[in-house]
Write a protein that binds this ligand. Structure first.
Ligand code: MV4
Length: 446
C-alpha cells in the first residue's frame, strides 16, 4: 500500500507534517508560492508543485490551484495544517467531492463550529458549560432588547456569529451604549463576514484561556489529551502556551474533560480538535471549538508522548487512535515560546534575511522551525519563525529550562521577540501563574 498526501500549507507546520509522513512511510507532495521557493520542507518532499504568486489569495487560499496540484500528482489526501483553508467547509467538501480525503473532520462539523451561535448551542446541548447570554434573534423593540440584556447584567460582550479568534467583538458597559454598539457591531460583521448576526454574552472580566485537546477516530471512539493554558497573549496572538493548565479546580476539570470527550464520541468526531474555554473563579465557559491542529500542539505532545500530527494521518488512513484514555499519562510541564519576526518595540512584522543563527538544544528541549541561516522571511505570511518547547518535571523547572534555551538561541539579520520572552519568563506574576488573558496588555511592564 502506498499513500500520498498533499501538504496544503507552508512554514513550520508544513515541515512538521512532512516529518510525520516520512515516519509513517507516506509519500508527500508539497505546494509552494513564488515567494516560498526557499522553504526547508520542499527539500525533503517527494514532489513539489508551485501553486501561484506570493499573495495567499493567489496560492495557499487558491482552492482551484491546490486541487489541480492534487489532480496532477494523484494524491490520496490533502493535509490543511492551521490557518489558510484548514477550517473552510467548502474546501473540505471540494476535496472529498474531487476524490481527495480532507484530513480533518467532516465539512458539516467544520461548518457547524464556524458559526459561533450554532457551535455554542450545540456544545451546550451536550452538557458543556457556556457563558450566560442570549443567542436568539435581537428584537426590533428596543425596550425588549434592553430588558434581555438587563437580565444578563452589564458588562456584556457582543460577538459576531461569523467571527471568532477575537474578530467582530465589542464590550458594552452600560445600557446607554447598547443600541449604538449593537448597530456598529452588526454593520462591521456584515462588512467583514457578509453576515450581520450577533449574540450576547456576559463579559467575563479577567479569565484565563484554557483549552482541551481532543482526538476522535470518526467511528465513535475519542480521547482527550488534557488541557493547555494559553493566557499569555497580546491582541489575540498567543505568545506562550503551556500544558497542562495548572491551579484548576479538580472537580470542574474532571467534568470538562469528560464532557468534551463525550461530545466527540457522540458526534463521531474525526481528527483532532480543541475546545476553548474561559476560566474564572473555578468555572469553565466554552467560547469556541477549533476543528484543526493548533500551533501549540507540541506542549501537549511533550507531556503525553503522543504524536498528535501522526495521529491525524493515522486516523485519515482508518488506523484509529491506537491508545485508550487510560494509556495516556501526563508527565510534568511543558512550555512553548513562539519566536516571531517582529520589531520588539512596535510589534510590527519584520521580514528579511537571516544572516546567521543558532538553535537551542539539549535535554527536554524541542525546536520546531523551518528557518535556517541564509533563509529570507517573506513579508506575505504570518511572522512565526520558530517554536521552542521545553518539558520538565515542574512548571518552575520548565521555565528555567526555557530561559537557558533562549540564551542559546540567536537569530541575526532580522528583529525578533526573543527578549520579550525572556522578560515574561522572569516576571513575578507569570512565575506565580497569576496572570490572566489581560496581563500582558494591561499590567506587564508597568
Ligand atoms: C470573551 C471574553 C470575555 N467574556 N467572552 C476573544 C477571542 C474569542 N475566542 C473569544 N474571546 C473572548 N471572549 C466573554 N463572554 C474575552 C475574550 C478575550 C480573549 C479570550 C481568549 C484569549 C484571549 C482573549 C483576549 C481578549 C478577549
Amino acid at each position: 500500500m502506498s499513500y500520498k498526501v498533499l501538504i496544503a500549507n507552508r512554514g513550520e507546520i508544513a515541515l512538521r507534517a512532512l516529518r510525520a509522513c516520512r515516519e509513517l512511510g507516506i509519500k508527500t507532495v508539497s505546494v509552494y508560492s513564488d515567494a516560498d521557493k526557499g522553504l526547508k520542507h520542499l527539500r525533503f518532499s517527494d514532489e513539489t508543485v508551485c501553486i501561484g504568486p506570493a499573495q495567499p489569495s493567489e496560492s495557499y487560499l487558491n482552492t482551484a490551484s491546490i486541487l489541480s496540484a492534487a489532480e496532477l500528482t494523484e494524491v490520496d489526501a490533502i493535509y490543511p495544517g492551521y490557518g489558510f483553508l484548514a477550517e473552510n467547509p467548502e474546501f473540505a467538501n471540494q476535496c472529498n467531492e474531487s476524490g481527495f480525503k480532507f484530513i480533518g473532520p467532516s465539512s458539516e462539523t467544520i461548518k457547524k463550529m464556524g458559526d459561533k451561535i450554532t457551535a455554542k448551542n450545540f456544545v451546550s446541548s451536550y452538557g458543556i458549560p457556556t457563558v450566560p447570554g442570549y443567542t436568539g434573534e435581537i428584537p426590533e423593540d428596543e425596550s425588549k432588547f434592553k430588558n434581555i440584556v438587563k437580565e444578563i447584567g452589564y458588562p456584556i460582550i457582543l460577538k459576531a456569529t461569523a467571527g471568532g479568534g477575537g474578530r467582530g467583538m465589542r464590550v458594552v458597559e452600560t445600557e446607554e451604549e447598547l443600541i449604538n454598539f449593537t448597530e456598529i457591531t452588526m454593520q462591521e460583521a456584515q462588512n467583514s463576514f457578509g453576515n450581520n448576526k450577533v449574540y450576547i454574552e456576559k463579559y467575563i472580566q479577567n479569565p484565563r484561556h484554557i483549552e482541551v485537546q481532543i482526538i476522535g477516530d470518526g467511528k465513535g471512539n475519542a480521547i482527550h489529551l488534557g488541557t493547555r493554558d494559553c493566557s499569555t497573549q497580546r491582541r489575540h496572538q498567543k505568545i506562550i502556551e503551556e500544558a497542562p493548565a495548572i491551579n484548576i479546580e479538580n472537580e470542574s476539570l474532571a467534568k470538562i474533560l469528560f464532557s468534551c470527550t463525550n461530545l466527540c464520541k457522540e458526534i463521531s468526531y474525526e481528527g483532532v480538535g480543541t475546545l476553548e474555554f474561559l476560566y474564572e473563579n473555578g468555572n469553565f465557559y466554552f467560547i469556541e471549538m477549533n476543528t484543526r491542529i493548533q500551533v501549540e500542539h507540541p506542549v501537549t505532545e511533550m507531556i503525553t508522548g503522543y504524536d498528535i500530527v501522526k495521529a491525524q494521518f493515522r486516523i485519515a488512513l482508518g488506523m484509529g487512535i491506537e491508545l485508550n484514555q487510560d494509556d495516556i499519562k501526563f508527565n510534568g510541564h511543558a512550555i512553548e515560546c513562539r519566536i516571531n519576526a517582529e520589531d520588539p518595540e512596535t510589534f510590527q512584522p519584520c521580514p528579511g534575511q537571516i544572516t546567521k543563527m543558532h538553535t537551542a538544544g539539549g535535554f527536554g528541549i524541542r525546536y520546531d522551525s523551518h528557518i535556517y541561516g541564509g533563509y529570507t522571511v517573506p513579508p506575505f505570511y504570518d511572522s512565526l519563525l520558530a517554536k521552542i518547547i521545553t518539558q520538565a518535571n515542574t512548571r518552575k523547572s520548565s521555565i528555567k529550562r526555557m530561559l537557558s534555551a533562549l540564551d542559546e538561541f540567536f537569530v541575526e539579520g532580522i528583529k525578533t521577540n526573543q527578549m520579550l520572552h525572556q522578560k515574561i519568563l522572569n516576571d513575578e506574576t507569570f512565575i506565580k501563574n497569576e496572570h490572566t488573558i489581560n496581563y500582558l496588555e494591561r499590567d506587564f511592564n508597568k
